[in-house]
Design a protein around this ligand. Structure first.
Ligand SMILES: [Fe+2]
Ligand SMILES: [Fe+2]
Length: 300
């Protein structure tokens, strides 16, 4: 079974990313995967999310989506809350555009189950190098550096409650998988393993590392021996790491765009290709920050 995976396209609201999205679709199509996984952060605007998924959907392929934190940012214009978006709106968009919405239920493709959610963070990824008080993580602000979910996610859960909620859903999804399932692929936006994060020993970078994921989620995965692969986004640094029986990888594109409009190579380096036929075989994967040196999208 071949899996193509990408995340964090962060589609610009001014339409300037249309070419990039088309390139991603062309390259992913050429790989002829059995499953196409997109691990969140397309847009905080649900209309753009819908248009983008409609463009990206691959024919003759199982298309899967989990939302990212940006996708669930509440919308002032439409009145949609984070919970509206996570629990109903994005699921409906996925249904309309031909994607399975993993937070609703796992998707089983022959002998492999795809299980996933947005995941969340509980500050367990915090760096021990810096003495940052607990309340700074809760308020998402440290010395003027702000993690923007504080302004943009309006559900009532604390971060630990949200992490716990998604963990319990994951445990439930794993517990009801049929015995015929031989392999499990976990797909999330936030990271289940600390080792998937890049620490730089500088601030505010390592303050923000605390908002990357939760180690408790990875512990649940390690307890289920059928889990062979974990695909995530969120960190805009691409990494691959073996954690016991699990190959864990981040597959983001990120915010930068080539100045010359040469989207093909950015799209190509953004799509990971994995074959599950003989263990976990990585066919295509570029590590690091593939947007390094490129200017930010002009409208963000
Ligand atoms: Fe992102
Ligand atoms: Fe994100």
């Amino acid at each position: 079974m071949k899996i193509a995976a990408v995340s964090d396209i962060h589609v610009a609201p001014d339409g300037s990313d249309k070419e990039l999205v088309k390139e991603i679709h062309v390259i992913a199509s050429d790989y002829e995967p059995d499953v196409f996984v997109i691990a969140g952060d397309i847009s905080d605007d649900s209309k753009i999310l819908s248009e983008t998924l409609a463009t990206l959907r691959l024919k003759n392929c199982v298309n899967l989506y989990v939302p990212g934190n940006h996708d669930i940012w509440f919308e002032k214009e439409t009145g949609l809350s984070s919970l509206d978006k996570y629990s109903t709106v994005i699921g409906k968009i996925c249904q309309k555009t031909g994607f399975a919405y993993l937070p609703d239920e796992p998707e089983i493709v022959s002998d492999t189950a795809f299980v996933g959610s947005i995941g969340w963070y509980d500050y367990s990824f915090r760096s021990e190098e810096f003495d940052i008080p607990e309340e700074c993580f809760e308020s998402k602000e440290f010395k003027g550096s702000i993690w923007y979910d504080v302004f943009s996610v309006d559900w009532e859960f604390s971060d630990r409650e949200a992490t716990d909620l998604f963990n319990r859903k994951l445990q439930y999804d794993l517990s009801v998988l049929p015995d015929a399932v031989e392999k499990v692929v976990y797909v999330s936006h936030h990271l289940p393993f600390r080792e998937m994060t890049l620490y730089k020993n500088i601030l505010p970078w390592d303050f923000f590392s605390a908002f990357m994921g939760a180690t408790s989620t990875g512990q649940i995965l390690q307890e289920e021996e059928r889990v062979v692969l974990a695909i995530a986004g969120h960190s805009h640094i691409r990494k691959i790491q073996k954690i016991e029986q699990i190959t864990a990888m981040t597959v983001p594109i990120g915010y930068g765009r080539p100045e010359n409009g040469e989207y093909e190579s950015l799209a190509k380096s953004g799509i990971a290709l994995i074959d599950l036929n003989n263990g976990v075989e990585i066919l295509e994967f570029v590590t690091g920050d593939i947007c390094e040196g490129m200017p930010y999208q002009s409208t963000r």
